[in-house]
Design a protein around this ligand. Structure first.
Ligand code: XIL
Length: 460
């Protein structure tokens, strides 16, 4: 367990301690309409991790090991977060791809990064039906599968013993929909109902200091069959002394699975069973105000529940999100903090943030996309986004290649250099914080279909 974790939570299961910290911070007021305000007492923390820590919580992120070599990625990770989860490299298929062959080399890079940065580590995940190698899927004997499952848990937890704050011991064991049934995984089919508690008992024996979590998605709205089924399992475990410390709510939200009105109530109901709750894989599809409001609401729900010990977002930047088309994260593809970022930071009682001050030119950004193509020409579109300050005007350049020619433009005020290849596009209408607009143009290709080159965005 990291020093940071011990400082914040003490040894495993620090529910009462957390409760005191939060009561003192007086967060969250509620009305019939839901949560309306947070008045955290933390003074001007400028990163998510620091602001969360001032509220007695962690703010974590899922990390893709291959991206650690990208300077902006690592800078954002190191600046903003104080807890790390491996997005993929601690899953069974990565750690034990063939029977008895364990490869920790990639996984260890994440652990090492976290250690160097003094970040907590969440372990994700020990037993899951997905990203599971086929040699496990094909086991047909209960005794054999039990032994294989326990050996996987034991070997992986031994390897990281003492370094992990929380483990997702079992992930996604329930079906979606109205049945409330267990998912038809190889573990369920071959071992039967006892497999989940067996996994938890094994985990507790191996690392008695780690917080042991059951983790799942679509468990956010209180009245659904899946939420109820997971709740009943946890209640049963607690009443029978099966070692479970925590429930992880993945919290992947989109229009089909919106943030429920009474989210804090779901979290509180679980917490009332005597377990910690954690938001383990948060991402929310959208952009702008609506996304920011939802992020703030989720953050507030965690703050309102004393036993909600932290939030992990499922990636650093929209660019590498597993649902990139939903732009569901707190930083855009250029690592600019989004409105949602500021909403979370401020809900946690922080302010400023986003690395602001490092880069005075970052008041707007531009991205290019080809949106249509014909036999002789194509239409390009540039999206202009404001950062953490409203802007009153913007401009950028679009340089086409020598044989190409821009023949039409829309949504901006163009001017040209002497060569005719460099167009400067301006707008005198501004953008609000985190706001965006786009302009477009038609390019005659004349045999050259290369994308135009964008200059940087200049704002005032
Ligand atoms: C996802 C990763 O983000 C992807 O890169 C991978 O291809 C699939 O898994 N629930 C979980 C996570 O518990 O492990 C999943 O992560 C997302 C859903």
């Amino acid at each position: 367990m990291s020093t940071a974790h011990q400082k914040r939570f003490g040894p495993r299961r620090a529910g009462t301690r957390i409760r005191k910290v939060i009561a003192a911070a007086a967060v969250g007021a509620m009305t019939a309409g839901g949560l309306v305000a947070a008045t955290g007492t933390a003074s001007a923390q400028t990163s998510l991790g620091d602001a969360a820590e001032a509220q007695g919580r962690y703010f974590g992120v899922a990390v893709a090991v291959d991206r650690l070599g990208e300077p902006d990625y690592t800078a954002t990770l190191n600046r903003e977060f104080n807890s790390v989860t491996a997005e993929n490299s601690w899953k069974w298929e990565s750690l034990q791809p063939s029977p008895g062959y364990f490869d920790f080399s990639t996984a260890d890079r994440i652990a090492e990064h976290a250690r160097q940065q003094g970040m907590e580590l969440r372990g994700h995940t020990l037993v899951w039906h997905s990203q599971l190698p086929s040699w496990v899927e094909n086991i047909g004997s209960a005794d054999e599968l039990r032994a294989v499952m326990n050996n996987h848990i034991t070997t992986v937890m031994e390897h990281y013993k003492g370094q992990i704050s929380s483990w997702d011991v079992v992930n996604e064991a329930y079906e979606d929909g109205s049945s409330g049934a267990r998912r038809n995984s190889v573990f369920q089919r071959v071992i039967g109902n006892s497999w989940i508690e067996e996994a938890f008992r094994t985990a507790r024996e191996v690392d008695p200091d780690a917080t042991l979590c059951y983790n799942d998605y679509n468990t956010d709205a209180w009245n659904t069959a899946k939420t109820q089924a997971v709740y009943n399992m946890v209640a049963d475990f607690v009443s029978r002394g099966v070692p479970i410390d925590c429930v992880g709510f993945q919290a992947h939200f989109n229009s089909g699975n919106p943030v429920p009105e009474n989210y804090h109530q779901t979290l509180q109901n679980f917490a009332d069973l005597g377990v910690e709750v954690q938001l383990t894989e948060l991402d929310i599809a959208g952009w702008g105000d609506s996304q920011a409001e939802q992020y703030a609401g989720v953050t507030l729900a965690c703050l309102a529940v004393a036993e909600c010990t932290g939030i992990t977002v499922w990636g650093v930047t929209d660019k590498y999100s597993w649902r990139a088309e939903d732009t569901p994260l707190l930083f855009d593809g250029d690592y600019n903090p989004k409105q949602a970022y500021y909403a979370v930071l401020e809900t946690l009682g922080g302010s400023g943030g986003g690395g602001g001050g490092d880069d005075d030119d970052a008041a707007c950004t531009v991205t290019y996309e080809e949106i249509q193509r014909w036999g002789d020409r194509f239409n390009g579109q540039v999206t202009v986004r404001a950062g953490d300050e409203a802007i009153s005007s913007w401009s950028t350049t679009v340089t086409v290649h020598s044989s190409q020619k821009i023949t039409a433009t829309w949504n901006g005020d163009p001017s040209w250099d002497a060569s005719g290849n460099v167009m400067t596009m301006r707008s005198n209408s501004g953008l609000p914080v985190g706001g965006q607009t786009s302009f477009g143009f038609t390019v005659m290709a004349n045999g050259n279909w290369a994308a135009p080159i964008l200059g940087s965005c200049v704002a005032s």
